[in-house]
Design a protein around this ligand. Structure first.
Ligand SMILES: [Zn+2]
Length: 369
């Protein structure tokens, strides 16, 4: 039998690969954000570059659907599934980033809600887009196959990568990939993926704008990269034989997450005092946290000033992590980010600000009153 195989022409041998076609992550389709015509292109690009990222200091609470929940039985994970998910969150957390992860016991307490339906493939919403899925009985992430294999463990890291704000690496325009469109369509339309045209366009063929991807070069070893069989990529020529990421988090994956969410390297938290404005001194994409300890229990206004696009998030510091209690995103509008909220005397709060864009770096400030 092996003699017959070896006599096949090389091209046909590639197509008759022994490897079964794997199942791939299929992201939910989204509509592109539309900006008001008054928003200049450079400003829109700056907003899009970091709008999906979390504000540093966020503790992301996640919930895994399990037996007894009021969701379809197929979504419910086993104890082994839950342990695999915990392990993958922990692998990201171990990098010492400024984002915490906490598994909670009630779906309504979680921003990230995870199902395990084998009928729905594997996917996750990207970054802060998960906050748009508010129904506690809806998923922001699903695992469509076993997490118990090496491929499954990488899938868990990959979907959490999406939740942290990462996109697919093969859609990075810096990869310079020219696809063999017919081959790609035939491959993904077939079993076991059975995707339609829109899914193939969204997850494979579409290029993601340069400002929204991880780096300025392609990282074929990224956990956000798929493995591809021979014959799907036409250029670069080196990848005509396929792409095989080495597995796990790549060096560039790790440096992206540490730069996006600095942990131990973050500058010391600044103090916010009532009635005193603080200059943010942020460059586009950067975040800063301010500690606020109210001396009276009352409703406070916390807002940014200046011509800038910011996202402002208010956390209460609790023993379980930083609990998000308020927030406002003013990007793409002429308004400033502003939160009005009742705070309790003596408790510790953190005000996190991410600057998307500013006319002048030194002219945006933050005040509580
Ligand atoms: Zn994916």
């Amino acid at each position: 039998m092996s003699t017959t195989t070896s006599k096949r022409p090389a091209a046909r041998q590639g197509k008759a690969s022994a490897r079964p076609i794997p199942m791939y992550c299929s992201q939910p389709l989204q509509t592109a954000r539309q900006f008001d015509s008054a928003v200049a292109a450079g400003r829109a690009r700056a907003i899009l570059a970091s709008e999906k990222k979390w504000v540093n200091g966020t503790s992301i609470r996640y919930y895994c659907f399990k037996r007894g929940d009021a969701v379809p039985a197929a979504w419910q994970g086993s104890a082994a599934d839950l342990a695999a998910v915990d392990k993958a969150f922990d692998a990201w957390a171990q990098l010492g980033i400024g984002i915490g992860f906490q598994r909670v016991d009630a779906a309504e307490d979680a921003a990230v809600r995870i199902g395990f339906s084998p009928q729905d493939g594997s996917w996750s919403y990207v970054g802060r887009d998960v906050l748009g899925i508010r129904d506690p009985l809806q998923r922001t992430m699903n695992f469509g196959w076993s997490l118990a294999t090496a491929y499954g463990a990488d899938t868990a890291l990959h979907e959490i990568g999406h939740t942290l704000g990462l996109e697919h690496e093969h859609q990075n325009p810096h990869a310079g990939i020219t696809w063999n469109r017919e081959a790609v369509i035939a491959y993904f339309k077939g079993p076991p993926n059975n995707w339609d045209d829109a899914q193939i366009e969204w997850n494979i063929l579409r290029k993601i704008p340069a400002g929204q991807v991880k780096g300025t070069t392609w990282d074929p070893d990224s956990v956000m990269e798929y493995s591809f069989d021979a014959g799907l990529i036409e250029a670069p020529a080196k990848y005509q034989a396929g792409v095989s990421p080495k597995g796990g988090l790549s060096y560039a994956d790790k440096s992206w997450v540490v730069e996006s969410y600095p942990g131990v390297r973050a500058p010391a938290t600044l103090q916010l005092k009532v009635g005193l404005s603080q200059l943010l001194k942020l460059k586009a994409g950067e975040t800063r946290n301010f500690e606020f300890v109210p001396t009276r229990t009352r409703t406070y206004q916390i807002a940014t000033f200046g011509t800038s696009d910011t996202v402002l998030v208010l956390f209460e510091v609790t023993p379980e992590g930083n609990l998000q209690i308020g927030g406002n995103d003013d990007s793409g509008t002429d308004l400033n980010a502003r939160v009005a909220i009742r705070l309790t005397r003596g408790r510790r709060y953190l005000v996190g600000v991410r600057l998307y864009y500013a006319d002048a770096v030194m002219e945006t400030s933050l005040m509580a009153w």
